[in-house]
Design a protein around this ligand. Structure first.
Ligand code: AMP
Length: 392
């Protein structure tokens, strides 16, 4: 296990915390502050231990001057200050005199949030390209580095991998919690069932290859089920097909006949629109049919397989959950998971959004916020942001 903020002396020290404040913003307002809320435990812990907090985060992408205005991090300072009921000094700079002065004036328990680290991308991608001069400069502003940005752990940025090259480093409490919950899946209580959905098989090949040997069953729905069904020889009509993954599907179906469960019925439309669909057996699809959700018999088969599960991992929705006519399969299975006695981990942006819309978020064991980082970790890849962080 990596060293956490609890294993390092931070008393009265200048602690740089790399947070993930990459929140959605519309018309200058934060529409979902989950990521800020998730960063609070580490921030509060550091405040309780008399640290001086220097917070950093990226926000969106910055390729033009216009992007700077759109991705100004000052709105986060305001929200964070409300949540902590404490003043947060926002510095509208990523380097220079104003920033250095604000930091040198800090007292214990003060908080400084610096401007979006990706402002440094405008000239030469210094943040995203992990420019080591920039990393060294940022590291010179603090004494300890805490990486609590789980969502960017799979990227090598100046503000994570870079700074951790130059300072005593550890992970924050959010990263610790994510790693604990996800690593549990590598040695889970059995039966261990994986639910996969979403659009493209190709994006999930690494995940399937890594977790298939460890699980008892994989239940496949969503758009990606149709590439598997096509591999089995069914007519999938106009449903989503990931041509380049077809041979992979054929291969793993052949090798894991008993482990992989595919839909037996689907809800179809003849266009990609949110109007009422028709339930069809998977053998009945015609050339014009587009499968947009799993059908009721499939939901029952999935439930039967999940009934005795001890551990469940789910990535990707089972239908076009953004359409009210095609969210039922996903919601029925999500609700069922709140009724059984299994540890469920949800990973990846879309299924997390579906769970939030279905109000089941708080009833499940762990909701992983990482997207790309979650997938790469589950694929068994080393997360770049952890590279320089010592073990306990
Ligand atoms: P992913 O990022 O691969 O998890 O894919 C998520 C997307 O898959 C969501 O936007 C869903 O609308 C989409 N999706 C799920 N089921 C289907 C389907 N049957 N046909 C087309 N798109 C789907």
């Amino acid at each position: 296990m990596k060293k956490t903020v609890k294993d390092i002396n931070i008393n009265s020290k200048k602690v740089i915390i790399r947070c993930d404040f990459n929140v959605p913003i519309k018309d200058g307002k934060i529409t979902d502050d989950t990521r800020i809320v998730k960063s609070l435990p580490t921030i509060k812990y550091c405040l309780e231990h008399n640290a001086k907090l220097i917070l950093m985060s990226h926000l969106g992408r910055v390729k033009t001057e216009e992007d700077k205005t759109k991705n100004d991090l000052s709105v986060v300072a305001t929200r964070l200050s409300e949540l902590l009921e404490k003043h947060v000094t926002f510095v509208n700079a990523t380097r220079g005199e104003e920033l250095e002065e604000a930091i040198s004036n800090m007292k214990d328990k003060d908080i400084v949030l610096i401007q979006n680290t990706r402002y440094e991308d405008l000239e030469g991608k210094k943040e995203s390209g992990c420019d080591m001069e920039l990393a060294k400069y940022w590291a010179s502003l603090g004494e300890v580095f805490v990486n609590d940005a789980f969502g960017t752990l799979h990227r090598a940025h100046a503000s994570n991998v870079g700074i951790s090259t130059y300072l005593p480093s550890c992970v924050g409490l959010l990263v610790e919690q994510e790693l604990n919950a996800l690593s549990y899946l590598f040695n889970p209580d059995r039966p261990f069932i994986i639910i996969l959905g979403g659009a493209k098989v190709s994006d999930k090949i690494g995940l399937i290859e890594n977790l298939l040997p460890k699980c008892d069953k994989i239940l496949i729905g969503g758009g990606m089920a149709f590439t598997f069904l096509k591999a089995e020889g069914y007519n999938i009509g106009n449903s989503l097909l990931d041509e380049e993954a077809l041979s992979f599907c054929k291969k793993i179906l052949k090798e894991n006949e008993d482990k992989i469960i595919l839909p037996v019925d689907v809800v179809c439309n003849d266009e990609y629109i949110d109007t009422k669909g028709t339930i069809k057996d998977i053998t009945e699809l015609t050339d014009n049919d587009m499968g947009l959700d799993i059908g009721p018999n499939t939901v029952n088969i999935f439930k039967n397989n999940l009934a005795s599960a001890k551990t469940i991992m789910w990535n990707g929705p089972l239908g076009v959950y953004e359409f009210k006519n095609y969210v039922k399969g996903t919601n029925d299975v999500l609700t069922y998971l709140t009724e059984i006695n299994a540890k469920t981990v949800l990973g990846g942006g879309d299924i997390v959004a579906a769970a939030s819309a279905c109000n089941v978020e708080d009833k499940l064991y762990h909701i992983s916020t990482g997207g790309g980082a979650t997938l790469e970790y589950l694929e068994g890849k080393e997360l770049k942001g952890l590279k320089n962080i010592p073990e306990k």
